[in-house]
Design a protein around this ligand. Structure first.
Ligand code: IMP
Length: 431
C-alpha cells in the first residue's frame, strides 16, 4: 500500500527541507514539487558532494525515482537547463525517465526579472522574477512551458522532451499505490494567502498547494509533515517577533565568505568565541549571531545573512492549523548546543493583552512583543546522537515542551547536515 506525504516548510523557509526530502526520498517512487521557482534553494550533502538545487527536486540524485516539477511552479529556462547540465557533468543521466516538467508551469522571462529588480525591494524579494511571472499567470497573459518548448532556442530544445502532462503521471502512480512525496518550497508564513502579506512569496506554499500545484485531489493525501528549525530564521523584510538583534544589524553584516576572506580561519574562530561569550552573557544580538554562525544561516540563493530568533510556538501552532499537520520534523537542534539558556516564545503581548494564537495581520504583529519561557540548555555536542533517549535530558525536555505546546508530535529530529545525523521518533508518519 503506497502513501502520499506532503512536506512543507513550517516557518519562513530555509528549514532544512532539502535534507529531509532527500532522506524520505529513499523510500519514495516519485518526488514532486508544487510551487515556487528558483527563489528556493536546497542544499543536499552526500559524503563529500554538495548539491545545490533551486528547481529540480533533490530526488534526482537517487536512481530510479521519477521527479516532477508541477504546474504550480514558475520556471526560468536558463536556470533549469543549468541545473540539468550541472547534474550531467557529475555523471547523472537526465531524461524523461527521471524528470518531467508540467506543460502548465509558467515560464519566467527576462522582463519578469527586470520588473522584480525594479519593484521587489520593499519586500526584499530574491529578484528572480517570481512575483511578476505569477502576476502574468493570474492575468492570463503568461507563457506556459507547453508553448515555450515550441520555440526554436537552445533551452527550449533541451527541455522539450521533459515537458509532460504531469498530473496524469502522478495520478497513475497513485493508482499503482506507489509512495509519493510532494515537496513545497519556502515556508507557511510566506504563503500568498496565509503568510504575512505583503511580505510573502507569490504562491501557495501550504499543503493545500500540493493539490492545485500538481493536479491531484485532497483525498489522495495521507500525511502532512512540516519541517521546522529548532529556532527560527527569516530572509528579506517583514516582521519576525522573536528576532535576536535588529533587522538592520543583520542586514549590514558580512556574508560568511567575506568574513572568511578578511579574518582567515583563526580570526573567525576568535570571533566565534567572542560571540559565544557575549551570547551567554545574555546579549541578544550576539545570540542571533551565534545561531547564524552555528547554523550557517546565509541564503543559498542570495548569500544574504538570515535574521535569526528563538522558536515561536504561535507560528508552529498556526502552521499546524493551516496545513493540517500530522507531525513535525525538527531540524538543526544541534545549532542550540552552545546555549546555556534557550527561550521559547509561548505568547505575544499586544497592547497589554496576551495573544496565544498567531495572526497574519502584519499591522497587529508589528506591535507584538514576545513572551518567553526560558529553558536550560544542554551545552553538549549532540551531532553524533542516534536515538532520542541518548539526547541530553534538557534537549529531550525542549522537544517535549514544544510537542506539548503545539499538540503536534515530532517525528524526526535532525542533528547535522548528513543523512545519518537523523533521529527517528515516529516511523508511522513516514513511508
Ligand atoms: P520572492 O519569492 O523572490 O518573490 O520573495 C518574496 C519573499 O519570500 C522574500 O522575503 C524572500 O526573501 C522570501 N523567499 C522566497 N523564497 C525563499 C526561500 O526559499 N527561503 C526563504 N525565503 C524565501
Amino acid at each position: 500500500m503506497g502513501k502520499t506525504i506532503v512536506i512543507v516548510g513550517g516557518q519562513f523557509g530555509d528549514e532544512g527541507k532539502g535534507k529531509i526530502v532527500d532522506f524520505l526520498t529513499e523510500k519514495a517512487d516519485l518526488v514532486a514539487r508544487f510551487n515556487g521557482g528558483n527563489n528556493a534553494g536546497h542544499t543536499v550533502v552526500i559524503k563529500d558532494d554538495v548539491f545545490k538545487f533551486h528547481l529540480i527536486p533533490s530526488g534526482i540524485i537517487h536512481k530510479d525515482k521519477l521527479n516532477i516539477m508541477g504546474n504550480g511552479m514558475v520556471i526560468d529556462p536558463k536556470d533549469i537547463v543549468g541545473e540539468i547540465e550541472g547534474l550531467e557533468e557529475k555523471g547523472y543521466n537526465i531524461s524523461d525517465k527521471n524528470l518531467a516538467i508540467s506543460g502548465n508551469a509558467h515560464v519566467i522571462l527576462e522582463k519578469h526579472i527586470e520588473e522584480d529588480k525594479a519593484t521587489g525591494g520593499k519586500i526584499g524579494t530574491t529578484s528572480r522574477g517570481i512575483g511578476p511571472c505569477y502576476k502574468d499567470k493570474i492575468a492570463r497573459t503568461g507563457l506556459r512551458m507547453i508553448d515555450y518548448v515550441k520555440e526554436d532556442n537552445k533551452y527550449a530544445r533541451k527541455l522539450k522532451p521533459l515537458v509532460k502532462d504531469t498530473s496524469l503521471m502522478i495520478n497513475r502512480y497513485l493508482d499503482d499505490k506507489k509512495n509519493i512525496l510532494l515537496e513545497g518550497a519556502q515556508g507557511t508564513l510566506l504563503d500568498i494567502d496565509h503568510g504575512t502579506y505583503p511580505f510573502v512569496t507569490s504562491s501557495n506554499v501550504i499543503a493545500g498547494g500540493a493539490c492545485t500545484g500538481l493536479g491531484i485531489g485532497p483525498t489522495k493525501i495521507n500525511k502532512v509533515i512540516a519541517i521546522m528549525k529548532a529556532y527560527i530564521t527569516r530572509v528579506g523584510s517583514g516582521v519576525l517577533i522573536t528576532e535576536l538583534g535588529k533587522e538592520e544589524q543583520t542586514k549590514n553584516e558580512d556574508s560568511i565568505d567575506e568574513l572568511k576572506k578578511t579574518l582567515g580561519e583563526e580570526g573567525l574562530s576568535y570571533l566565534k568565541r567572542k560571540i559565544h561569550n557575549k551570547s551567554n552573557e545574555g546579549d541578544e544580538y550576539n545570540q542571533g549571531r551565534l545561531l547564524r554562525f552555528n547554523g550557517m544561516e546565509y541564503g543559498t540563493t542570495t548569500g544574504r545573512p538570515r535574521r535569526c530568533g528563538w522558536f515561536d510556538v504561535l507560528i508552529a501552532k498556526y502552521a499546524a492549523r493551516v496545513n493540517g499537520l500530522n507531525a513535525v520534523v525538527m531540524t538543526k537542534l544541534d545549532v542550540l548546543d552552545d546555549f546555556k539558556k534557550i527561550k521559547l516564545c509561548v505568547a505575544y503581548e499586544y497592547k497589554g493583552t496576551r495573544l496565544t494564537e498567531f495572526t497574519n495581520n502584519v499591522k497587529i504583529l508589528e506591535q507584538c512583543r514576545p513572551i518567553y519561557e526560558t529553558m536550560e540548555g544542554w551545552c553538549k555536542d549532540i551531532t553524533k546522537v542516534k536515538e532520542f533517549k541518548e539526547l541530553p535530558k534538557n534537549a529531550q525536555k525542549y522537544i517535549e515542551r514544544i510537542e506539548e505546546l503545539t499538540k503536534i508530535p515530532v517525528c524526526i529530529i535532525s542533528v547535522g547536515p548528513e543523512r545519518n545525523q537523523t533521529i527517528i521518533l515516529r516511523k508511522e508518519d513516514l513511508f
